[in-house]
Design a protein around this ligand. Structure first.
Ligand SMILES: CC(C)(COP(=O)(O)OP(=O)(O)OC[C@H]1O[C@@H](n2cnc3c(N)ncnc32)[C@H](O)[C@@H]1OP(=O)(O)O)[C@@H](O)C(=O)NCCC(=O)NCCS
Length: 157
């Protein structure tokens, strides 16, 4: 694996077809259950109601992704997925992706972003709380393996 260049600036852009291999590989290495398939990613790339973001260094070094869903008739956007490549974690990639997801949601006239997270996912929970997400509930047995989820929300408008 190529390490993330220490001085590289993290950029966040919209995902393209050429990102599919990286997206699927990251999904498989990051999540044991409830994964997005290649076909689902492919569909989300062209969708009005979803946007797949990619974080990269120096434009081409793939570092991570976030998937945001939008629904007609609501001003609440949903962060469906976020993941950083294992060797790039703890360097601000997740924060950059969340920031971009919030800006995207605000541009789409949403007033808040909601997400679910496994209650034992301490890295992700710390990141969300540091960035101002507030716990708003709990879903029992939310994930395919029976784990519960916390629900979080950040209101920005
Ligand atoms: C959650 C996740 C997206 C965070 O991405 P990231 O790029 O590491 O995020 P950041 O670097 O911006 O912040 C991560 C936090 O963990 C700390 N951290 C340090 N080393 C770390 C490491 N090796 N792995 C994870 N977090 C680490 C960071 O310092 C930071 O702490 P802080 O919030 O107190 O400053 C990433 O850990 C990941 O992909 N996890 C697997 C997939 C996942 O669980 N996604 C969330 C589903 S709800």
């Amino acid at each position: 694996m190529t390490p993330m260049p220490a001085t590289a600036a993290v950029r966040v852009r919209r995902a393209e077809l050429s990102d599919l291999d990286d997206l699927v590989a990251l999904e498989e290495s990051s999540f044991a259950t409830d994964r997005l398939s290649r076909a689902q990613y492919r569909r989300h790339l062209d969708s009005e109601s979803a946007q797949v973001l990619v974080a990269s260094a120096n434009h081409r070094h793939f570092l991570g992704t976030a998937v945001v869903f939008f629904r007609k008739g609501t001003h609440v956007a949903r962060l469906y997925s976020i993941a950083t490549k294992a060797e790039a974690r703890g360097k601000g990639v997740g924060s950059a992706l969340l920031d971009a997801a919030e800006k995207l949601a605000a541009r789409r006239r949403c007033t808040s972003l909601r997400l679910e997270v496994r209650i034992d996912n301490h890295d992700a929970i710390r990141l969300y709380e540091r960035l101002g997400y507030v716990r708003i509930g709990r879903y029992a047995r939310y994930y395919g393996d029976g784990a519960d989820a916390w629900r979080y929300e950040k209101v920005f408008g």
